[in-house]
Each structure stands twice: as C-alpha cells, then as structure tokens.
Design a protein around this ligand. Structure first.
Ligand code: ADP
Ligand code: MG
Length: 414
C-alpha cells in the first residue's frame, strides 16, 4: 500500500522534514503541528533507516504517556503502519516489529536513566526533546547532548530535535539556537496558520485571542518570543525538596491548595503548597494544569493526588462548581474571599515570601517566569497584571489568602 506523505503531513514543514544537521529546533504557537509532524517524521525515518533508534525526552517522565507516546502511536496509524509497531506502556516504549528498532522515553526527573540506555539493535541516532522550554537549566540539556555521541555507519546521522512554545525571550534556547548562524542548526518558527487540520472552533479561539489578548496571541498564536519586561514575581527559585522533611522539621507550617477554574480557552490550574508564615517561605510541591476539565474530572484529579482532605481554596466566581466538587467527596473545598483589590493585595502578600518550586511543577515555573505587569497606551508600566500566565498564580493567591488575613503584627517578648 502507498500513502501520500504530502497529504498526511500538510504544508509548512518541508525544510524541517528534510534537515539532517545536528540540531533541528522548532518553536511555534499552539496547534502549529510541531508535535504531530515530529512524530510522523520519526516513524517514517526509522522505517527508512533500519539501524536507527530514537530517544524521546521530556522534563517530566510521566507527561510522555499523554503526549509524545500517544502522538507517535497516532503517527503509525496515519502512516498506515500501525500493524508493524508495538507500543507498550510498561516500560513505556515503541518497537518496530520487523527489525526490533526502538523508541525510548525518558524524563529529566530520572537523570540516570538517560545515560543508561543500551539499544538492542543498531544505534541511538536521534533524540526528540519535546516541550524543551520546560528545561530551565541548560546543563541538563548538555548532558543529553553528550549522550548522543559516537560513530555511525555511512549514510546515518545524529540529530536532536527540539520543540517548544517560546514563552519568554530570556530563555537559553533563544541565545543558543535562534541568535546564532550555525550550519548545524535549523531554527524554525511556525504557527497555527500553517495547520490545515484545525477546525473552525480552534481558529475562532485564535481570532478571539488576537483581539482580546494581543500579547498572548503573539506567543500562543504566532509563535513569537514572549516579552519578559516587568516581571511580577522574582522571589522564587526552582529547587528539589522533600515535602515530608519540611513538614517534620518545622512547626507552624500550613498546607494549602489553590484552585482556579478554566474550561475551553483557559486551563484549570491547581497548586499545592506548604507555607511558613513566620519565615516567609512557600514551598510549591504539586500542580495541575489542564484545559477542558469538567468538575467531576477536577474532583477525581484532586483525589488521585491525595489532596481531597487538604484545605482547598477555589475561585469563588464559580460557587456551583465548588458545591459540585464538594459533593463529589472533596470536603475541604471552599471559595476564596477576594476582598477589595484582591489581585494587587494578593500579589503584594506573596511578594513578601521566598518561593521554592519543585522541578516537577513545570507550569508553575512557566507562569512565574512570564507573568508581567501590563503597559499603558504610552508604553509605561501600569499597576495591573496582564490577564495571562495567571492560572496557577491566581490559584496560588487563593491558596495563601487566609494567611494574609491572619498576618497581624505580632507583639513579641511580652
Ligand atoms: N498531519 C496531521 N494530520 C491530521 N491532523 C493534524 C496533523 N498535524 C496536526 N494535526 C492536528 O492539529 C492539532 C495540533 O497539532 P500539534 O502537533 O499538537 O500542535 P503543536 O504541537 O504545535 O501545539 C493536532 O492535535 C491535530 O488535531
Ligand atoms: Mg505540541
């Protein structure tokens, strides 16, 4: 059977598809075919090169299953070769049955496992780093880069494909791949306008975003680098920590969960923190960030994370959702109180803390490094945040809201 690659892939990715240099980098807006095209390309190339194996990487291992693993499986169906591939969940892997070539999946949260890959058949030729923006530390990327080294048979080539949404121009990916001229680098920018597979409702969302949230449209729509002037929070750092250690070592630590509702256009954001109001430290140890969630799914997610008994403070704009989620067994959920100027007051309160974010909370890190003050007509910074990159950060405000209310000045030593 013959399939038409041109029809399956569509337009806009010819150079990308054919490029054989070491670094193939694609930044783009949401829905610009980055992931699907890369998945189609890997399947198709592996069948063309019988000694090539592929390593697929993400910052957080568990995120593969609903993204890269699924997309590669989907690609075998699109290319009408699904019967020749075997996709297993434990271990997470894909195998080309006729030759035994494999696709391996790894996360940076288990750094040993990347260097310990031994391929069964042939060579490790290619790596695909999906959502590479999440990698805040360039050294982590260099380690992967080092592991894709060594001699290959004639006709073979080594390549690392990097795909991501370009949230913030200060990211190392810009300097390293987009601000250079290097024959070993192909750096592309794509957007939804080259995706002929999008439905009318998707296009409508982008059109609405273009008029209502022009800054967001620049990044999520057009795939341009996000601007990072006027960051609201700089009082945070990414850091490994053990939740239990902190809870056991300190007295007076409180545990809170914040929840911000989204639905079609915006994600639902959840953040789980422990906070030390005396030492003014917040430890963010878990998060959830997902579009299109219904209330029963939110309740399930909270229970699955073991947070159902925590003190959960949700956006009070949706009292019906809060009631529904409570009736589904999440008894600790209440609405935020949101006093006057609650956004500004909440931000100022959080700015007094040092925030430690666990590396697995990739969306929290994304929002913290992109949430900025808005600008007025003359370009001057105004006292109002942009309405974007604020899902988890709104949830964070709700989470610690009551600590602010209790924080009356204490009389010491009396
Ligand atoms: N080759 C394709 N064939 C069919 N649908 C596609 C194809 N490429 C993209 N799409 C559709 O477009 C959506 C967005 O593509 P995706 O690769 O996920 O974008 P990105 O990774 O850039 O955000 C996919 O979920 C799929 O519905
Ligand atoms: Mg994608």
């Amino acid at each position: 059977m013959k399939v038409s690659l041109g029809k399956i892939i569509g337009k806009g990715y010819k150079r990308y598809w054919e490029y054989k240099g070491r670094y193939r980098v694609v930044k783009g807006g949401r829905g610009s075919k980055k992931s699907t095209t890369t998945a189609l390309n890997i399947i198709s190339r592996m069948m063309e090169y019988p000694l090539a194996n592929t390593l697929v990487l993400r910052k957080v291992f568990k995120d593969h299953r609903d993204s890269t693993w699924k997309q590669l499986k989907w690609a075998t169906q699109q290319l009408k070769v699904a019967h020749l591939w075997e996709f297993s969940k434990a271990p997470l892997e894909a195998r080309y049955i006729p030759t035994g070539q494999s696709i391996y999946f790894r996360g940076l949260d288990d750094p040993m496992s990347v260097t310990s890959i031994t391929v069964e058949k042939g060579h490790l030729c290619w790596a695909w780093f999906e959502e590479a923006y999440q990698v805040t530390n360039e050294d982590d990327f260099d380690k992967i880069d080092m592991s894709i080294r060594g001699e290959l048979p004639p006709g073979y080539f080594k390549q690392i494909t990097i795909s991501f949404n370009p949230w913030n121009e200060r990211h190392w990916l810009k300097k390293r791949f987009f601000d250079v001229e290097d024959e070993d680098v192909l750096a592309l920018t794509t957007n939804y306008l080259c995706n002929e597979f999008l439905g009318e409702d998707d296009i409508n969302l982008f059109n609405k975003m273009r008029t209502k949230q022009p800054k967001r449209y620049q990044v999520e729509g057009l795939g341009n680098w996000g601007v990072s002037e006027g960051l609201i929070y700089d009082n945070w750092e990414e850091k490994e920590f053990d939740y239990m250690d902190i809870v056991q070592q300190r007295s007076g630590i409180v545990s809170r969960v914040g929840l911000d509702f989204g639905y079609v256009a915006d994600p639902t954001g959840l953040v789980a923190v422990i906070a030390d109001n005396e030492e003014k430290e917040i430890f963010i140890y878990d998060e959830h960030y997902q579009q299109g969630m219904r209330n029963n799914q939110i309740a399930e997610m909270i229970k699955y994370k073991g947070l159902a008994k925590e003190h959960i403070i949700a956006d009070s704009a949706e009292p019906k959702s809060i009631d529904e989620i409570r009736l589904l067994g999440v008894y600790g959920i209440t609405g935020a109180q949101k006093g006057r100027d609650s956004i500004l007051n909440g931000i100022q309160f959080i700015q007094q803390f040092k925030i430690y974010v666990h590396p697995k909370c990739v969306n929290t890190i994304l929002e913290l490094s992109s949430y900025v003050w808005d600008k007025g007509k003359d370009g001057q910074q105004i006292n109002k945040p942009i309405d974007y990159f604020n899902h988890i950060l709104d949830a964070l405000r709700y989470a610690v809201e009551d600590l602010g209310r209790q924080a009356q000045p204490r009389v010491r030593g009396l």
